[in-house]
Design a protein around this ligand. Sequence first.
Ligand code: UD1
Ligand code: CA
Length: 451
Amino acid sequence: MSIALIILAAGKGTRMKSDLPKVLHEIAGAPMLVHAMKSGATLEPEKTIVVAGHGAEHVSKASAGYDETAEVVLQTEQLGTAHAVGQAKDTLAGFAGDALVLYGDTPFISPETLSRMIDARAGHDVIVLGFEAADPGRYGRLLMQGDSLSKIVEFKDATDEERAITLCNSGVICAKSDVLFDLIDAVGNDNASGEYYLTDIVEIAQQKGLSATSVTCDESETLGVNSRVQLAEADAIFQTKARHALMESGVTLHAPDTVYLSHDTHIGPDTIVEPNVVFGPAVTIENGAHIRAFSHLEGCHVSRGAVVGPYARLRPGAELAEFTKVGNFVEIKNAVIDENAKVNHLTYVGDAHVGARANIGAGTATCNYDGVMKHHTEIGADSFIGSGTLLVAPVSVGSNAMTGSGSVITQSVPDDALAIGRARQANKPGLAVKLFDMLKKKKLDKQKGEA
Ligand code: UD1
Ligand code: CA
């Protein structure tokens, strides 16, 4: 059975107190919308439709950033969840499969839960994802009669008896696409909020002789985000799960609670991650690497056996080959470091290639930016860059070459050559003592003058 996803993402999210539409607030480096899309994508949907309203332009961009085939439809006025789903009707005209409705602000519904819903469709026309709520609060309540879901009642419209029900509506709903839109066409807005409730389709389905039931999942999956506090809670839940999964897969985390992961962090077995390491998006670490404390990584790849940090910063395009060493207060950006090369202390390597076994001395900087454009630095294999070398790009240092400490390298250095680019030193015998005497006298005179 082919599937279409309809992801509701038109709401403003007033309680976020933000210019950014709610679904674009990030959890583990990805917008909530992308988390929902990712989970839905595991069903290999034939179509994905995002219903956007507030900040639609930004929502479109985020949607395309994850899946450029996803279609965005506009809901200019937010008249309720049924109305929102209704906006996908034209796009799905003639679509013969099932439609699954997800919320962009409910990021954790698991792929396993979604596929259980799809399976349940074999026996029923409408499937609603429910959960037992510890505190049912203002959620819609599911009214079950045996195996059959007879109605969903919104909190605002519920009787005291109905409010006592703890089986709640997650909002995720699945039905055959054309059936779903027929049901939605029959939804009115005669209720406490004056909104078109998607939840009304259950009772309408029953009236039409169709069957509805609920599939349930753990409450942790249905967590919705309405405020910054809930955003932080959701992030914490994500982190706990992701750290756990990493450790189960063979990664050592020395102080797991202090390691921050992104939605797409990949770390191979036998890698050790020390405390207080931040993984921004798009980081892959191979097996047996060692990421030492207080390092910050994003958009980079670290190969087997490499050692990073403590206090290293790997920025997008940093590519570390096997057994490389990148030490403290070193920043690497858009640069390939070949195997066994060492960049151990206080160094900036940007827009560069460092050859195998090269040794980059402390305080080296690639001067890659002239204020307008970026330029490349090439450092050859087995070369030795003396401490405090400034490499003014574009420039290259050959293999087996050396630069003297403190050199400013503005011209390319041939293979095997030693380049020294610094002022010649001059020693003045006895001058230090004279200078000290002069300065001490000056200080004394000044103190006398002040007294
Ligand atoms: C909805 C359900 C409720 C369920 C709860 C779970 C209805 C009527 N109620 O209530 O039973 O327990 O979710 O969280 O469906 N949206 C649009 N356009 C609209 C309205 C909403 O895109 O016109 C989007 C929102 O951005 C949000 C989602 O739909 O992502 C849910 O809307 P929201 O207003 O939060 O619904 P609830 O009142 O929480
Ligand atoms: Ca809500």
